[in-house]
Design a binder for this molecule. Structure first.
Ligand SMILES: O=C(O)[C@@H](CO)OP(=O)(O)O
Ligand SMILES: [Mg+2]
Length: 401
């Protein structure tokens, strides 16, 4: 029934107005699935390769589509994904592009779910999923590679840790986003938004900390449950290999100073989450920081691990970080993303399922988070391509009760 009978690929727009790859998968019994690849701006050095969409589509049509049509079953995700790997023939999807691969992989999963008549999260995670929902990390202030002339730290992320359900959590993040706008207005700071819908004011990081801290306590008073915050430092973007230091607009910190700076921020603001506080090549510094504050906060590897089980194994061995960011397009297929989540879970690392700064309406990651019992999902706070995932979480929760 789930035998794949057609795979169509096309270029569509992403949220930055750039082209990206969309895939449709059709099965023998009329099952249908559609997936679209997201795209990063602050990409990790070790990510799978995103090819220009028209090249990725041409290469996938030549190498992957003929091996899938009439051959593979959409209900068998591992089979589909291993065919994608074999058709590509490289370690990093540089032939068909990780963008074609991930779009087909997600479309096949949805077609499989469609034939089975099950929600995607259940097809991926099994009958016992749907009880637990991830805490959404909502980006309310940002800069770095996502906005010019804004904060050095890439993302200030609200974490509604005490929310009784996912709907309240999602609305708490939207309220924090609005509270930040009020606070900026009170301070006469004009500003627009960055790529992920976060406010991108031209202020330094210390003022951003003050504002987000205040916004979070205002929302906490309003909603009556605990709301904390965290960061994506995107340390690799700040690190300058020549100077061996993290270059901020107003100062420069060597690795030891960076570790102390982050540890102090964790204490001062009671941060629950810190992503990529250090350079993507520095497992040792990650291990040192994790040793210092890992019992109080999540230290998450994004560019460090790039959803790759080999890199995660190295990190586990060295005690670097205590959680992993999961971005299916960083590695190319849902199977690879699942394997990374499983390896993380087996070793006591939490998984945080994540969007990219360039996104589409595709909501697969909401299902992926529920399917894997992930404690957190990072997918913005506002903006259509972000609310596509947040609203899908609300719908999944609504259907489950
Ligand atoms: O660094 C990140 O975590 C992501 C998503 O927030 O950004 P990008 O997609 O640009 O890599
Ligand atoms: Mg990141």
């Amino acid at each position: 029934m789930t035998l794949i009978t057609d795979v169509r690929l096309r270029r569509i727009l992403d949220s930055r107005g750039n082209p990206t790859v969309e895939a449709d998968v059709v099965t023998e019994s009329g099952g249908f699935g559609r997936g679209a690849a997201p795209s990063g701006a602050s990409t990790g050095e070790y990510e799978a390769v995103e090819r220009p969409p028209s090249e990725a589509i041409a290469a996938a049509r030549e190498h992957a589509v003929p091996r899938l049509v009439g051959e593979a079953y959409a209900g068998n995700q591992r089979e589909v994904d291993s065919i994608l790997r074999a058709a590509d023939g490289t370690d990093d999807f540089s032939e068909i592009g990780a963008n074609s691969a991930v779009a087909i992989s997600m479309a096949a999963a949805k077609a499989g779910a469609d034939v089975l008549g099950a929600p995607l999260f259940q097809h991926l995670g099994g009958a016992f999923r749907g009880e637990n929902f991830p805490i959404p990390l909502g980006n309310v202030v940002g800069g770095g590679e996502h906005a010019a002339d804004a904060t050095d730290i890439q993302e200030f992320l609200v974490a509604p840790v005490g929310a009784p359900n996912v709907e309240d959590a999602v609305f708490a993040n939207a309220a924090a986003h609005a509270a930040v706008a009020d606070l900026l207005e009170e301070r006469d700071v004009p500003c627009g938004k960055g790529d992920e819908g976060a406010w991108a004011p031209s202020i330094d990081d210390s003022e951003a900390f003050e504002i987000v801290d205040e916004a979070v306590s205002r929302v906490e008073d309003e909603v009556g449950f605990e709301v904390k915050f965290g960061l994506d430092v995107a340390g690799a973007e700040l690190y300058d290999a020549d100077s061996g230091a993290y270059e901020y607009s107003d100062t420069s910190r060597d690795t030891d100073e960076q570790i102390e700076y982050i540890a102090d921020l964790v204490s001062e603001y009671d941060l629950v989450y810190v992503e990529d506080p250090l350079d993507e090549n520095d497992y040792e510094a990650f291990a040192e920081l994790t040793d210092e504050v890992g019992d109080r906060t999540l230290i998450c590897g994004d560019d460090l691990f790039v959803t790759n089980t080999d890199r995660l194994s190295d990190g586990i061995e060295q005690g670097a970080a205590n959680s992993i960011l999961i971005k299916p397009n960083q590695i190319g297929t849902l199977t690879d993303a699942f394997d990374a989540i499983e390896l993380a879970t087996e070793n006591g690392y939490d998984s945080v399922i994540s969007h990219r700064s360039g996104e589409t309406e595709d909501a697969t990651i909401a299902h992926l988070a529920v399917a894997t019992d992930a404690p957190y999902i990072k997918t913005g706070a506002v903006g259509g391509e972000r609310t596509a995932k947040l609203n899908e979480l609300i719908r999944i929760a609504d259907d489950a009760t």
